[in-house]
Write a protein that binds this ligand. Structure first.
Ligand code: COA
Length: 118
């Protein structure tokens, strides 16, 4: 299930985010997680199965124009190709009503496009 990021899951969240091509440097990763902790528009969700956190999906949510930018999406390498990525995208519907439009950035567009078609 998709849960909101909590500070106590910081290490695991950083580990997951580090699989994104642009988040390889520790400094960059620390800045990213800080932004998720302090900026209301930056919202990070984690995919939890039993006690394991297996994926992360990070958004910039703009309430004024009801838009969601998916800027990070990542799954633990040993749990890929099992549908978790797609489940995270579809589970956003449980947090945001249908008036929100979902967008991708350059890093996430290929996978989000894939989710639309399957
Ligand atoms: C992208 C990612 C989140 C997919 O997670 P996942 O749980 O393995 O995805 P799912 O199991 O839901 O879907 C698997 C399908 O997506 C496809 N897929 C995987 N990565 C993809 C990508 N970057 N672009 C397009 N499709 C991709 C797989 O080939 C597979 O296709 P199939 O169903 O036709 O066999 C995961 O591969 C990952 O963490 N990658 C590293 C981080 C990253 O680069 N994220 C941005 C990707 S655009």
């Amino acid at each position: 299930m998709l849960i909101r990021y909590k500070k106590r899951l910081e290490k695991i969240a950083m580990g997951l985010l580090s699989f994104m091509p642009d988040e390889k440097e520790v400094k960059r990763l620390q800045d990213t997680i800080k932004e998720y902790e302090t900026n209301d528009q930056w919202q990070l969700f984690l995919w939890k199965e039993e006690d394991d956190v297996l994926g992360a999906i990070g958004l910039i949510v703009k309430e004024d124009n009801k838009s969601i930018l998916v800027q990070h999406i990542t799954v633990d390498p040993s749990h890929r190709n099992m549908g978790i990525g797609k489940k995270m995208v579809h589970a956003l519907e449980g947090f945001f009503d249908e008036s929100y439009s979902i967008h991708a950035n350059e890093q996430t567009e290929r996978f989000l496009e894939k989710c639309k078609t399957s």
